[in-house]
Ligand binder design. Sequence first.
Ligand code: LLP
Length: 472
Amino acid sequence: MTTALSSLPKEILTTNTSENVSSSLDKLSPNQQLLPLTAVVNAHDHLEIGGCDVVELVQQYGSPLYILDEVSLRTACQQYRDAFTRHYQGASQVLYASKAWSCLAVCAIVGAEGLGIDVVSAGEILTALRSGVLPSLIYFHGNNKSLDELNYALESGCTIVVDNWHELKNLEDIAKSQSTSLSFKAPRIMLRLTPGIECHTHEYIQTGHIDSKFGFDPNEIEAVFAFVAQSNLHCIGIHAHIGSQIFELQPHQDIGGVMVQWFKLATETYGLPFSELNIGGGLGIRYVESDDPPSIEEWVKTVSIGVTDAFVAAGLALPKLLCEPGRSLVGATCVTAYTIGGSKTVPDIRTYITVDGGMSDNPRPITYQSKYRAVVANHMSAALNQSVTIAGKHCESGDILIKDIQLPETQSGDILVVFSTGAYNYSMASNYNRLPKPAAVIVEGGESSLIIKRETREDLLRQDCLPERFRQ
Ligand code: LLP
């Protein structure tokens, strides 16, 4: 039988030693790996990440458990940052799209690596600020920011990426009402445009008609520029984001050419003080063997060439180039460890193996039919002799984490580790069926530290109120 293990990166799963891992780390692009960069199989035949035995981590912290590899996260940040220095002649700034995983530790690490943060709510602003990131490096997105959120962002000194007319007018009202004050500082804004580049997994098309809830329609761009030019707002540039989990480079190469025409119009016809161009995020990661995303380096090189060529051809100075990766920074840096419960065999159909989490800690399979890979962390080199389906514990038939995966013989109490769970897992986790959210730990050099506490049963009742008349 061909086993799935043979198609996993063997050098990581079977032959890596701590030494050869550390010597090759900086060459690997984390978004192209199934496992965190420091993953090895140790002498106990257990999966080890960041020098920590995953089975022991579960004994210490319980399960389900998110395990974040600090080296992988820092490496991804450094690769983005350094690639821009190598490939782009102008200034650049990488922003972490914190919707992928907004928590203090992740924001603090990316901030310490010199990245800024893209936020989409007051909660994400608070998290970014409390993690120590400078407000001048926080960019606030969203297609329906409340007045309260806008005021909070402005008072905190963040830049607002304006999505639509409603928001633009709200911001101008706020600015106008404050403009006579001596301490008035015009709100720093960018404009989000829908660039007309559509992405699919294996193809892309450019369309004249754009159907997206985000951003200004390019057809109204002149009216927007005219409004901003006579407003109390300080507009520093434009933004576009074309999609997520994208493997093709061409759409990202094209984005410079689409944006430059608007940049030129804004500066030359409307006299707007544009200096920044934000091209969003979207680089994909490898969830299963067949996924083949470009490396961080290739992506940065491609967008840098696209923007440079477009601006040089238009006779414009290079803008400060911003991008907003989320998934490709944090996705492959984390795994989720579960404890296996029981199993159920439906003769001639399939065997279900249940774990102690599911769609509440990873809603991506049920939401997007996303595929994942997994191993049994306490039997890493056992033969993969059964095909099973990993079921979550929720009261929902669709709560299946992985369909038809090859695993070794398992028993109750074994530790199943699902890869690539750093992006849009914790951040989209819920308390469905009143399951407490799992803990998260960060591992590095054999040390583990809690970064998110496990919720307790009592935590689940924290926001509940029982009016007097219902009490018994
Ligand atoms: N910038 C903007 C404006 C965005 O809307 C997004 C993602 C990003 C940057 C980051 O994109 P990334 O580099 O992570 O692809 N929940 C979905 C993904 C939703 C992405 C939303 N926007 C999932 O689990 O696949």
